[in-house]
Ligand binder design. Sequence first.
Ligand code: HEC
Ligand code: HEC
Length: 429
Amino acid sequence: MSFYRAVSVIVLSINSFAYAQTDPGLRTGGPAVGGALPGLSPNEVALFNAGSVNFQEVEDVTRNGLGPRFNSNSCVSCHSQPASGGSSPQNNPLLAFANSANKLPPFIQANGPAREARFVSKPDGTPDGGVHALFTIGGRSDTPSGCNLVQEDFSNASNIALRIPTPTFGLGLIEAIPDAALIQNMRFNSGGKAMLGIFGRLNRNGNDGTVTRLGWKAQNKSLLLFSGEAYNVEMGITNLIFNTERDETTNCSPVPAPNSIFNLSSGGPAEFDDITNFAAFMRFLAPPALGPSDNTVVQGSNQFFNIGCANCHTTTFQTGPSAFAGLSNQTIHPYSDFGIHHMGSGLADRISQGLAGGDEFRTAPLWGLGQRIFFLHDGRSTDLLQTIAAHASAANSHFPPSEANTVVAIFDGLSTSDKQAILNFLRSL
Ligand code: HEC
Ligand code: HEC
């Protein structure tokens, strides 16, 4: 046993002594997600079903325009836990892309999460912040002849910021929350929040000034925009929103851009393009259903509220009137204010997006948590106690302290029974 292993065994036993409470772990039983919202019209159900097929489609180079650089070849590969549309599965789907021209980056591990990588700085030291595709289309059976690409270098860990997939269940309802409701919620109880050191603000679109709410930094406006961006960033498939290749190396794009457009050639009525279908699938996905409840779950739900977790993880919103049947005037429980908060030097990733600085993250929605495997933006944790502990960290020379420090200190002071109840409550979501 190495010195390090010996020390970590001791630390582990001290921890399990100090924390008698434990994360109950992944909730068993079938997935509480994956179906369509109730109340959809027949045409909406048809679109949901068509979008579901597109979301699971495996794309290739010569017919669909995969690459020249990409992270994966289907939406569902990264978004599959516990059902299509979800977050990263236990077995890393990206292992499949190692070949003679592509080696696995060090942060892609067999039982670790699917991750995408952003670079903090460019080689000249100026800010980068963009996603760098992990793989090239080299070394495959469908590699176009004359296409020679070199895989990017992911060895400089200190320059890399990682993100795991966010689940997409219930996102049509999130799109349907009026900006005014989000603004009002951020202002609600501002005095009480300030006493705990909690402030936060909404991220906004730079052009029209409206609230953006999707992604780990609430950087993105809508499901359609996210779909267009994901198709190009994750798979290198150009489309009607992101219409040019990220890498224009000659001989590497056999399908002309944009790769995905509406289909006018079938002889029948025009069909939507893939990104409209992806967005429709996610828009009409029902939110996760709750797991079984008992006395400890009720106790935990009360304590979650009492100690201030709910000051960021807002329990309830009402959607506004929506053009889509099934999305109007619904009461939902996403457990997020969809605002961004300073989370301290420990979580800071040094990536800025819109108003969100290098230490600011969107309060992660907690619905569906009971069936999630990896937690926090980079998937550093699989354990809820560690996840709560990671909310607390001090200031450094670049960033202020975490807004969650006081709430985590209060959590730490709870009785074992109350802490366990909060964990049980979280796994019931
Ligand atoms: C290589 C893995 C990977 C693939 C493939 C992938 N995603 Fe994602 N997805 C991510 C990551 C990572 C994030 C978090 C991005 C961020 O916040 O920067 C994400 C976030 C999202 C979100 C935001 C959800 C929310 O609540 O904020 C949507 C919507 C989404 N993806 C849709 C798609 C669609 C549609 C496809 C297929 C075209 C797709 N994704 C393919 C990794 C992936
Ligand atoms: C100041 C606002 C704030 C407070 C207070 C807060 N959280 Fe969070 N929470 C966040 C943010 C922001 C994230 C995402 C951080 C990241 O990924 O780096 C998060 C993430 C989480 C996650 C992981 C979810 C995921 O998708 O990976 C859990 C679980 C969680 N919080 C539980 C709690 C609990 C329990 C409490 C109370 C003890 C609490 N939080 C208090 C803002 C807050």
